[in-house]
Structures are given as structure tokens and as C-alpha cells.
Design a protein around this ligand. Sequence first.
Ligand code: 5GP
Ligand code: ZN
Length: 131
Amino acid sequence: MNLGRMSKPETNPGAAEPIRDCPFCRIAAGAAPAQIVFQDEEIVAFRDIHPQAPTHILLIPRRHIDSLGVANSEDAVVLGRLMLAAAQIARQERPADGFRVVINTGAGAGQSVFHLHLHLLGGRRMAWPPG
Ligand code: 5GP
Ligand code: ZN
């Protein structure tokens, strides 16, 4: 698959600038509070406000991307870093019996905040298939 040929739709022109009414852009900019567990120049990780497991951490790119559904080759590096950061945080948090990384993509799949984020979940038994 040639990811380079995938283009972002007109409605998401890359959004290099923070989106003012996006709650996760606000957290990334330090304009809204969050329990931050990790951050660097590209990524912020913070505890979910309504945790669904003893460990429930959200990882976001600082740069606004609506969802995984509109990610393209420009996002390849940050997507890889998000995955590796999730693994690193999981090693620090040490949830018993493994962990799960989830990216809800689209309202029908449960996405409620349209700034791409990974859920890192652990500390309890996980059912499969997910609901
Ligand atoms: P989604 O449903 O889009 O996959 O996940 C959004 C997640 O963001 C939910 O688990 C929700 O609890 C969490 N969330 C929504 N708003 C905030 C917020 O302002 N702060 C934090 N820490 N989590 C939030
Ligand atoms: Zn945003």
C-alpha cells in the first residue's frame, strides 16, 4: 500500500494549528488540566477522566489529527511513537496480565473526541471480542 498517495480530505487540512474547541488540543497546549504521565515534543499522555480500567491512559499527538481514519504518510512517525510510548508507559505502570491499546475510529466505533488518541487499558481482565 502506498500510504503517500492517501490524501487528507478537505475537512481535515492537516490541522497543524491547535483547534481551539478541541479538548485534547487544549490539554496538549496546557490550556486545560490533565493528569499528564508523559510528554515530549510530539506526544502527550494523560489519565482518562472516566477510567474504564485501573490503568486507563490516553496518548495523543500534539498536532491535531481528527482520527486514524484520516491519517496519512505524514503521520507515520508520530503513529509509531505513540505505539512505542504506550508500550513504555505500560512497562512503567506494570498492569498485571498485559494491557490493551485501542483506537476508536468514527462515531460508530465509539469515538467521541475527534482528536486521534490511543487508549492504553490494563489492570483488569479484558473480554474479547470488545463490545
Ligand atoms: P473515545 O470515546 O473518543 O475513544 O475516547 C475519548 C476518551 O476521552 C473517553 O474515554 C473520555 O473519558 C476521555 N475524555 C474526554 N474528555 C476528556 C478530558 O477533558 N480529559 C480527560 N482526561 N479525558 C477525557
Ligand atoms: Zn485537537
